[in-house]
Design a protein around this ligand. Sequence first.
Ligand code: GSH
Length: 215
Amino acid sequence: MKLFWTPASPFTRKVMVSARELGLERDIEIIPTTWPHGWGYSQVPLNRELSDASPVARIPTLITDDGVILVDSTTICLHLDTLAGGNVLLPAGTAASRTWSLYGIADAIIESQIAIRAESLRRAGARCESFIAKHAARIDRCFDVLESRATELECRPEQRPDLAMIAAGVACGYQDWRDWLVDFRVGRPRLAHCSDVFGARPSMQSTMPQETPQH
Ligand SMILES: N[C@@H](CCC(=O)N[C@@H](CS)C(=O)NCC(=O)O)C(=O)O
């Protein structure tokens, strides 16, 4: 498998953490891609292999061993779970709806984090502050729900995390990393604890975010 990757993308980190938790990271060939900062608000020159492979041209994109293109982190994680035997990162049957419920909230945080990132890349004066405020408010509400449902998050060291914990852990990790995002820990002690415990896992330690190189 080939994965188009950047070190800053939380969507890509979700895939890499899943791969590591499933023992599949060695089966993935990483293809680092560069993104000029203008990506947030304009068309930028892309890695040719990525734009040839996917009309969506976003990170992460996976080319499976059969040459199938997967263009979204959730479907890539599900593909990895299937390769690992299925229902490893998700419970079987209807019990999965609880995992999806939490996952959707955590993933919405990541979407809003990246929306703010994209908008913030515009020069001062060109940014839409009400757009940023709308996404910041959504992040805040979603973190509040993760705090109130923190006992459902599988963060105990002896537990294999599910997809909801992975998405929540990555969302917390991105919020910690970007100093222009507010501290999610204030008033959310259970989520902060869960993030710390989960963040100590090798899958998280080996995927710490870094700024994507410009060249
Ligand atoms: N829903 C997608 C979102 C992926 C996404 O937005 N990736 C960002 C980087 S974190 C990207 O490639 N943005 C480039 C663009 O939108 O042109 C997923 O889960 O993979």
